[in-house]
Write a protein that binds this ligand. Structure first.
Ligand code: NAI
Ligand code: MG
Length: 366
């Protein structure tokens, strides 16, 4: 069967890195391990230019009907003047919200060939492979009330509200434990139950989900501030790390710095499993549209190609094809393939297309 993939290249370097994904999809089809039917549509600034909105209802309907969505990046200085509601990023936010993508998976992998590009010493990060599972649709970014009011003395008062329900915590906990079962079997859950009621509930619910469904796995609770420290002190102690929206935002950026370049980091955002056993999913690089290097064949396509590998694994259950592609990325790096962002001194870097070709060559020789 051919899976249906919607490609939303977006703006800036988005279309450049997406072009390399198309090449990889072609090479995967030759192996017989994975065949896709692809459609392409607009998102972000390119959609504003064509339709006046950053995501059309038609594009959203296509995303909803697809088995998975791959997105490049949105935004850029060209659209800095458009109204807030129709800015390029609003297209991405609408996709996440309307598809109900509550679980954000951000792997932090340190390839041995790139360990010297990490913010930490080689021995601390070499072979690092953490999966951060961040709750994406709840918590303090969305809780009400959310307002700034003026007090009688003329000064102001700002309120954000951290809200979590049992159901929201349960479903993200299930995502984390299910992932851990296929990995090392270890989950760390980060919150601040010492000072936050939402942390008390978070810890209680994660503990209960563990006891009821995953008692064969190892669960550790860690305070989020200590977790930030541990990520820098001894990051390899973690495998799956589950946390809320705010702490996840911060901790995943800390973890990102352990791995080298922004151009290397893929992500997945998953929705709930429906009664047919399938789930909505969006895969995208962590980086943005990089207007400073757009159109110059300088972008590193590995975050985008790695996002395709995540789609193979998490949307289609094609573990063999995902391993092949992840292995091809590792091999290409080990053989010395570098784009400028990861090249270091004295290395003659490849362009975007050259890196895509290096991955395809490595894939074919596996
Ligand atoms: P950015 O991630 O686009 O770029 C930050 C720096 O990293 C730049 O120097 C860029 O050249 C470099 N970089 C990023 N991706 C790279 C790659 N694949 N290969 C090599 N170098 C890479 O973040 P920035 O500059 O803050 O934002 C630029 C635009 O992107 C803005 O309009 C922003 O709103 C948007 N953005 C979109 C995101 C998305 O679509 N999910 C996420 C982050 C930013
Ligand atoms: Mg962030």
């Amino acid at each position: 069967t051919a899976y249906k993939l919607l490609l939303l290249p977006g703006d800036g370097i988005g279309p450049e890195v997406m072009a390399q994904v198309k090449t990889v999809i072609g090479a995967l089809a030759e192996t017989g391990l994975a065949t896709f039917e692809t459609e392409t549509d607009l998102v972000g600034g390119s959609s504003i230019d064509a339709h006046g909105v950053p995501l059309t209802d038609a594009a959203l309907a296509r995303a909803d009907a697809a088995d998975a969505v791959l997105l490049g990046a949105v935004g850029g200085p060209k659209w800095s003047g458009v109204a807030y509601d129709i800015r390029p990023e609003a297209g991405l936010l609408r996709l996440r919200k309307d598809l109900g993508l509550f679980a954000n998976l951000r792997p932090a992998i340190c390839y041995p060939a790139l360990a010297d590009a990490s913010a930490l010493k080689r021995e601390l990060v070499e072979g690092l492979d953490i999966m951060i599972v961040r709750e994406l649709t709840g918590g303090v970014y969305f809780g009400e009330p959310k307002e700034i009011t003026t007090l009688p003395d003329g000064t102001k008062r700002a309120v954000d509200t951290q809200v979590y329900t049992t159901g929201e915590i349960e479903r993200i906990a299930h995502v984390a434990f299910d992932l851990a079962r296929k990995r090392s079997g270890r989950v760390a859950s980060a919150e601040k139950h010492n000072v936050m009621k939402s942390g008390v509930l978070w810890k209680e619910v994660v503990t209960q989900v563990h006891a009821e469904h995953y008692s064969d796995l190892a669960l550790e609770h860690v305070l989020a501030d200590n977790c930030a420290m541990q990520l820098v002190r001894r990051p390899k102690q973690y495998d799956v790390l589950v946390t809320d929206n705010l702490f996840g935002d911060v901790l995943s950026d800390v973890a990102a710095m352990l791995t080298g370049s922004l151009g290397m980091l893929p992500s997945a955002s998953l929705g709930a499993v429906d009664d047919k056993g399938s789930r909505k999913a969006l895969y995208e690089p962590v980086h943005g549209s990089a207007p400073d290097i757009a159109g110059q064949d300088l972008a590193n396509p590995l975050a985008m190609i790695g996002s395709l590998a995540m789609a193979l694994r998490y949307s289609f259950g094609l573990g063999e094809a995902a391993d092949l592609l992840d292995g091809a990325i590792t091999d290409a790096l080990a053989a010395g393939a570098r784009t400028k962002d990861i090249a270091g001194e004295g290395v003659n870097p490849l362009g975007t297309a050259g890196m895509g070709e290096a991955v395809v060559a490595a894939l074919r020789s596996r």
